[in-house]
Design a protein around this ligand. Structure first.
Ligand code: 6PG
Length: 487
């Protein structure tokens, strides 16, 4: 049925009841994500009402929803707000930034105390804190709630990461639990903590996502350059990995990517895509905030840097002409594929370890009181970083929720230990042959440093004290010391 520009057929049929009432859930922003999310809500037997300024989007949703009693929408904010049951539960799925503030301000005149606004976008966590405080003064509850899983996840079941007022969450809980992805029947959503806890956890989720994507692409480069694997063979490799301990959404879609043909040239599409990666900022925020907290996440940092290096295509082309690089030695396919599997498994563990380490410290710093096993559990399905490994991570934190770093979990020691000879081989091979593997080598160096009782940073302390009288501590006695060096 085609939408009718002068008011859809549905609109006309229901003209007599423009006074829509009794809808359980409201959604602002009917782009792809918003439309998919609201249809998911309606599929789960909650009556849902959408709002968007764009009449076409409103009509499209009503057509797709099929039954206005279940899912309806309007371009009129008063109709929208009036349609919702109290306390109103209104989710915003609009681009992060000023538009979120504008959406909140446009709703405010029509809301009542106790109503709930949920920001489902990738807002920066300090913006969420500001908005929460602003709305609290007005008696409105505000939830910064990460939603992961892309458009398909929104439709079929995303992982949802809400943070805000705990009591108010009770009103949202049944809806979120129904629409979220399920892992063996368990909903991939949980109340995470006060204030911006939800947005913060989603931000770090994205940092881990950046690292895993970088690592997956480095291994692709290595296999392609040193074994001349065709895209068909790469498909088979990633596909078989996805059936083993590397089972994950990102490995699964990588396998699929290698089979996609380009409609324009009928070549393999992956070979036609320019090697400049874009970013919206969540990975960078993760790195920046990790620096503020003083928690190292070098593999995430490197993933952000690599997107930046990738963007410098013209400079890379010039530099490539200036320097020679070694001829890549060809090694036996089977051997490299086996080693690469170890390397990817190891570095995925490191990516999760770094992100979770950051969450552990952020929890203390910002008073989120995060429960690490809960976070790992709600990432097991629905989200972009979902992976078989997360079941092991959830188990490790269920056993001991206070481990500061996954590498300290006894259950992870044998998992990591077994990969190390292969990881070292792969990193050394890549370095010798001029294949950039900054994510993988940063993961290995991070591991080697984090697991070293002794690091050479005593020398740095000596240098600091030498040129700046910055003082140092000693290994043999308590206190702060300074030396007049060279005297
Ligand atoms: C998700 C994703 C999503 C993110 C995209 C794009 O969990 O569904 O993290 O929220 O916006 O992955 O991110 P970049 O454009 O920064 O790569």
């Amino acid at each position: 049925m085609q939408p009718d520009r002068n008011g859809s057929k549905f609109e006309k049929q229901h003209k007599e009841k423009m006074e829509y009432t009794n809808y359980d859930f409201g959604l602002v922003g009917l782009g792809v994500m918003g439309r998919n999310f609201i249809l998911n809500v309606a599929d789960n037997n909650f009556k849902a009402f959408g709002y968007d300024l764009d009449q076409e989007k409103v009509d499209a949703l009503k057509e797709e929803g099929g039954n206005l009693e279940k899912v309806c929408a309007s371009t009129d904010i008063k109709v929208f707000v009036k349609a919702l049951t109290s306390p109103r539960k209104i989710m915003l799925l609009v681009p992060a930034g000023k538009i979120v503030d504008q959406a909140i301000d446009s709703l405010l005149p029509y809301l009542d105390k106790g109503d709930i606004i949920i920001d489902g976008g990738n807002s920066f966590f300090t913006d969420t804190d500001r908005r929460e405080a602003y709305l609290k003064e007005k008696g409105i509850h505000f939830f910064g709630s990460g939603v992961s899983g892309g458009a398909e996840g929104a439709r079929k079941g995303p992982s949802i990461m809400p943070g805000g007022d705990k009591e108010a969450y009770a009103h949202v809980k049944p809806i979120f639990e129904a629409v979220s992805a399920k892992y063996k029947g368990e909903p991939c959503v949980a109340y995470l903590g006060p204030k911006s806890a939800g947005n913060y956890v989603k931000m770090v989720h994205n940092g881990i996502e950046y690292a895993m994507m970088q690592l997956t692409s480095e291994i692709y480069d290595l296999l392609k350059k040193s074994c001349d694997l065709s895209n068909d063979e790469l498909h088979q490799v990633y596909d078989s990995w996805n059936k083993g301990r590397l089972q994950s959404f990102l490995v699964e879609i990588t396998a699929e990517i290698f089979t996609q043909k380009d409609e324009l040239t009928s070549a393999d599409l992956v070979d036609m895509i320019l090697d400049k990666a874009k970013q919206k900022g969540t990975g960078k925020w993760t790195s920046q905030n990790a620096m503020d907290l003083g928690i190292p996440v070098p593999t995430i940092d490197m993933a952000v840097s690599m997107r930046e290096i990738s963007a410098l295509k013209d400079e890379r082309v010039q530099a490539d002409i200036l320097y020679t690089r070694p001829e890549v030695a060809h090694i036996a396919k089977e051997e490299l594929v086996t080693q690469a599997e170890h390397a990817l498994y190891f570095s995925f563990i490191i990516a999760y370890a770094q992100g979770l380490h950051q969450l552990m410290y952020a929890s203390k710093e910002y008073g989120y009181d995060l429960d690490m096993s809960t976070i790992a559990k709600i990432w097991r399905a629905g989200c972009i970083i979902r992976a078989g490994l997360l079941a092991d991570i959830a188990e490790a934190y269920t056993t001991d929720n206070s481990i500061p770093n996954l590498l300290l979990s006894p259950s992870f020691v044998p998992k990591v230990q077994g990969t190390l000879p292969a990881v070292r081989e792969v990193v050394a091979f890549a370095a010798k042959n001029g294949i950039p593997v900054p994510g993988l080598s940063s993961a290995l160096s991070y591991f080697d440093a984090y697991t070293s009782t002794k690091l050479p940073l005593n020398l740095i302390q000596a240098q600091r004290d030498h040129f700046g009288s910055h003082t140092y501590e000693r290994t043999d006695r308590e206190g702060i010391f300074h030396t007049e060096w060279g005297k």
